[in-house]
Design a protein around this ligand. Structure first.
Ligand SMILES: *Cc1c(COP(=O)(O)O)cnc(C)c1O
Length: 423
């Protein structure tokens, strides 16, 4: 970690020494009405478009125009096995084996499909544990699974909460909950990186703890994939899900990822919802066979997938492959460390950062509370050309993205924030 310094010269020096600086040019950066680049801090919400994406999508449009149905086998990138072109890169990004990873459906849908297989409530063990500030969609999904199985959705949810007047979660509190109620909890489902605080949990430690108490453990890694090193295989988690439109830059509403640990790959008796894409790909088109379950995460697919969306994912994964997630995370730590350093200079009586200070317990996002601020601050930031995200009651989330945010972006952001605060 460099010793951070104030001033524009230092930001320029960091950019000059940054091996990944040129990747910014590979993205379309949104502009203000005068044509100046905006400072885009919401790659945790919708990642920017790589310039190569258009050609990847166009290739499939052209093959469809020229080949019609033949494109399934004759397209430059044949559509029948198209998802396989994504698997290896995606597996590398989330730290999994190829057999453990599939790109399919959308995020909340995948979460439900995973719960169909891995939430197996019994009379005495039926509760689901989530973090108290879980992403609303995850909370709704979990509650509806409880109702679906005939349980009360209030009584059936166990919350891992922060202590009084705190925001971050403490592992020992989770241990305590499991000591007391572990044998009633069927499933632990945590956001691997919390969307609100940016806290990155120790997935392996949580999994180990959950398994010790006989619980199934799954993670929603929407804010982790492409942001931190998840090491999903090594974590031992039973399943994980994530989206590709946040840190993975694959376009609004794009398809999602899903991880099923290798130990479940050949477990054909696991209950699941199936379709023709869960069936053995060698006999799929005989159309008459008895159902023959595909092994691995692929076996959770239902439908033939949307190729145009997969083409956009493929473009983005090619960039990630080129950079390498390890290098990306390396830069990310310096970029976010620099951001934190500059914010602290504004004074701890003005700014409070709720994201963990330890760089191994966070990704790139900082969740910032500005003392006595309201939404008008966010509006002023927007007017000043900074795209950030406001969460009630008083949190601004900013995610410096190592692929396309520079150190000078961060410098300019904090200068503009300072000017607004000094009003
Ligand atoms: C972004 C996000 C979602 C959104 O779900 P979709 O099904 O993609 O609309 C759900 N959960 C978490 C944790 C998220 O960060």
């Amino acid at each position: 970690m460099p010793t951070y310094k104030l001033g524009l010269d230092f930001a320029l020096e960091l950019d000059k020494n940054d091996d990944l600086a040129s990747y910014k040019n590979q993205f379309h950066i949104p502009k203000d009405k005068d044509g100046n680049d905006l400072i885009y801090m919401t790659g945790n919400s919708l990642g920017l478009q790589p310039k190569i994406t258009k050609s990847y999508v166009n290739q499939e449009l052209e093959d469809w125009a020229n080949l019609g149905v033949e494109g399934h086998t004759e397209a430059k990138n044949p559509w029948l096995p198209y998802h396989e072109f994504l698997t290896e890169s995606m597996a590398h990004i989330v730290g999994a084996k190829p057999i453990e990873v599939i790109v399919m459906n959308t995020l909340t849908a995948n979460l439900h499909f995973m719960m169909v297989s891995f939430y197996k409530p019994t009379k005495t063990r039926y509760k689901i544990l989530i973090e108290s500030a879980a992403f609303p969609s995850d909370k709704y999904a979990v509650e509806s699974q409880l109702r679906h199985h005939g349980y009360d959705d209030k009584e059936g949810v166990v919350l891992w909460k922060p202590r009084k007047d705190e925001e971050l979660l403490i592992h020992e509190d989770l241990e305590e909950i499991l000591e007391q109620q572990g044998d009633e909890i069927a499933l632990i489902m945590i956001g691997g990186v919390n969307y609100y605080t940016g806290q990155f949990f120790d997935l392996k430690r949580i999994t180990k703890l959950g398994h010790k108490h006989g619980c199934v453990v799954g993670f929603d890694c929407a804010h982790g994939a492409g942001n931190v090193q998840l090491n999903l295989h090594d974590s031992g988690a039973d399943f994980a899900v994530w989206c590709t439109y946040k840190y993975l830059n694959s376009g609004p509403g794009s398809l999602a990822g899903c991880f099923v640990h290798e130990r479940h790959a050949h477990q054909k008796d696991l209950n699941r919802f199936t379709g023709w894409w869960s069936h053995n790909k060698h006999t799929r088109f005989n159309m008459r066979d008895e159902f023959d379950q595909l092994p691995g995460a692929e076996g959770w697919q239902l439908s033939n997938p949307p190729i145009l969306s997969m083409a956009a994912i493929r473009a983005s994964l090619d960039i990630f492959n080129d950079v390498g997630i390890e290098k990306l995370v390396g830069k990310s730590k310096i970029l976010t460390g620099y951001f934190e350093f500059l914010l602290k200079e504004l004074g701890e009586d003005v700014i409070r950062i709720i994201t963990p200070k330890n760089e191994d317990e966070r990704g790139c996002q900082l969740s910032i509370q500005v003392i006595n601020a309201d939404k008008s601050l966010h509006n002023k930031l927007t007017e000043a050309g900074i795209i950030s995200d406001w969460r009630e009651p008083d949190v601004i989330r900013c995610a410096p993205i190592p692929l396309y945010n520079s150190f000078v972006d961060i410098y300019n952001l904090v200068e503009r924030l300072k000017a607004i605060l000094n009003g």
